[in-house]
Write a protein that binds this ligand. Structure first.
Ligand SMILES: *Cc1c(COP(=O)(O)O)cnc(C)c1O
Length: 385
């Protein structure tokens, strides 16, 4: 099947990059679990030599993801962090990066403890105020790095405004689109240059594979990243690529249900006296509500709440849900509950967490695609525990 821009998202998720296998007619893209490819003669092959460089299963996933994000090329990596580290290889020693500071913990670690050692400099700003990004830009600024919505407080960053600022300063806008997914938000259409994903989360969607991707809309950027990925080796394996591709086929259906369930859960929590505050971009009083409505097609599957009884109440609640498993990660079909203070954001200093709005009373829910009434009953029981 051709990469057909006229087809709708749901159709492209199932067909782009996934035509019948030319060697057998297999309808479903095979797992090409091979390291090497037998050559016809020295220097003569069918386009594949060694699977760190090229593998047809991985390439099927890449073609599909490029189409879903509206980019020209995608690169699949062995994890979301490998994808993020891969995208950061666009920066060289002496380059400067402006980061919107409400960031995934692993990116924070990479940007504070690893990359500065290699001569890349970072400035941290409040991404909800794009004018702060503008102020932080310098002649040597190479990348503006944002996330939206952010984790776990679901702050919204204006992607189009950030793209304009980045471009005015001759920098690239890179966005981690893991929380929104290309079904709800397509940053390249809003002006972003590079989109990164932890496909571990919604894109694969079943909590059974670690993976990452970078999507670009420029052949030269793709060539640089392809070269550095081959040189550094963080490529996705064929089996992981296959699982991710299988998950991506149902991304649209799953996201519809994640959003619908998250809305039900947010409304349920709003009506509970044990709950101090509900953070969900779909609620009209959320500070990013209007921006979310403008740049996303729906509000996503993550709901964060603060409990009235502080840390003790939050920890008791998080430990007493039954359908919501207590665990790291998000974006799978099954619901998860997390306690950011010591789990996802445990590595941040306390004052840093508080500045982000995370307190000991904060709990994050990744709302799955089970029955919404079962999920709300589970939450009710845990609130009463
Ligand atoms: C999980 C996550 C990552 C890291 O991805 P891994 O697949 O765990 O390496 C990066 N960004 C965001 C927003 C994430 O949620």
């Amino acid at each position: 099947m051709a990469k057909d821009d006229d087809l709708d998202f749901e159709t492209r998720a199932i067909h782009v990059g996934q035509g019948p296998d030319p060697s057998t007619g297999a309808t479903i893209t095979p797992v090409f679990q091979t390291v090497t490819y037998t050559q016809d003669a020295i220097g003569k092959n069918k386009g594949y030599e060694y699977s760190r460089g090229g593998n047809p299963t991985k390439e099927a996933l890449e073609e599909c993801l490029a189409s879903l994000e509206g980019g020209s090329h995608a690169l699949a990596y062995g994890s979301g962090m490998a994808a993020i580290a891969g995208a950061m290889q666009l920066a060289r020693a002496g380059d400067h990066v402006v980061v919107a500071d409400d960031l995934y913990g692993g990116s924070y670690r990479l940007f504070t403890q690893v990359l500065p050692e290699y001569g890349v400099e970072f400035s941290w700003v409040d991404g909800t105020r794009p004018e702060e990004i503008e102020k932080a830009c310098r002649p040597e600024t190479k990348i503006v790095w944002i996330e939206s919505p952010t984790n776990p407080m679901l702050r919204l960053v204006d992607v189009a405004a950030c793209a304009e600022i980045a471009h005015r300063n001759d920098a690239l806008l890179v966005i981690d689109n893991t929380f929104a997914t290309p079904y709800l938000q397509r940053p390249i259409e809003l002006g972003a240059d590079v989109v990164v994903h932890s496909t571990t989360k919604y894109v694969s969607g079943h909590s059974d594979v670690i993976g990452g991707a970078v999507v670009v809309n420029d052949a030269a950027i793709h060539e640089t990243l392809f070269f550095t990925r081959n040189a550094t080796g963080g490529v996705a394996g064929p089996w992981d690529a296959w699982l991710t591709l299988r998950g991506a086929k149902t991304l649209a259906l799953r996201m519809e249900k994640h959003c619908e369930n998250a809305r039900s859960v947010a409304e349920f929590l709003l009506g509970r006296s044990e709950v101090e505050r509900v953070h969900y971009p779909g609620l009209p009083d959320h500070p990013g509500h209007e921006l979310a409505a403008r740049q996303m097609s729906d509000f996503g599957g993550i709901v964060t709440l603060d409990l009235v009884g502080g840390g003790d109440a939050a920890r008791r609640f998080a430990e007493h849900t039954k359908l919501f498993s207590l665990g790291e990660s998000l974006g799978g079909v099954e619901s998860l509950v997390g306690y950011p203070w010591t789990m996802s954001h445990g590595a941040f200093p306390a004052e840093e967490k508080e500045r982000k709005g995370i307190t000991e009373a904060t709990v994050r829910l990744s709302v799955g695609i089970e029955s919404a009434s079962d999920l709300c009953a589970d939450l009710a029981a845990a609130l009463e525990a």
